[in-house]
Design a protein around this ligand. Structure first.
Ligand code: HEC
Length: 162
């Protein structure tokens, strides 16, 4: 092999390597951008029925509209109880039921949230249903008992010796 051939071969290898590196870099950048846009990788998660059917219009058409399983309204995840369907009918039209069920509030807290939605989000006047809804939410989505112990007070700190 002449000196020139050797040189050409080496140059070819470097070229191939840089193309491979470049491709790898592009692939990594694409993955990074995707993860930034969709950190939960939701496109890869299996969708459950509750994810799909969260809106009232879809709910009403569903054969499972009133279906309860293990004490939970299947399509929304709301706990079974008095007022359930009033809540389903009024609180799943604009957002997922999860936005409701992930919250815990007192009756006053729920009332304030409803007022806020009425003032700023076009939530309609709930009329007599408001008290039914607030009673349901305050009962089943009440603030939980204090889960953590209180911070300690009056601690006597001592110097660490080395
Ligand atoms: C007319 C549309 C509409 C209806 C109906 C509606 N909401 Fe909302 N709600 C909103 C909007 C808009 C937001 C803000 C959503 C967001 O931040 O992504 C919201 C937010 C919330 C939040 C989160 C508030 C916060 O501080 O993060 C809760 C809880 C909630 N709604 C409960 C309810 C309940 C309970 C009902 C039934 C009485 C209900 N919503 C019905 C429009 C509505």
């Amino acid at each position: 092999m002449s000196k020139e051939d050797k040189f050409n071969e080496a140059a070819q290898q470097i070229r191939r390597l840089s193309v491979a590196m470049f491709a790898l870099f592009i692939a990594l950048a694409a993955i990074l951008i995707y993860v930034m846009a969709d950190p939960n990788l939701s496109a890869l998660q299996p969708t459950t029925e509750a994810d799909l059917v969260v809106r009232n219009d879809t709910l009403l058409d569903s054969p499972d509209y009133e279906k309860i399983e293990n004490g939970v309204h299947v399509l929304t995840g709301f706990v079974e109880g008095e007022g359930l369907m009033t809540v389903v009918n009024n609180c799943t039209n604009c957002h997922s039921a999860k936005l409701v069920t992930q919250n815990r509030m007192t009756a006053d807290g729920w009332r304030a949230t409803i007022d806020w939605m009425q003032e700023t989000q076009n939530l309609w006047d709930l009329g007599a249903n408001e008290e039914i809804i607030v009673a349901y939410l305050a009962k089943f989505y009440a603030p939980e008992a204090q889960g953590r112990r209180q911070n300690l007070t009056n601690i006597e700190w001592y110097e660490l010796k080395d």
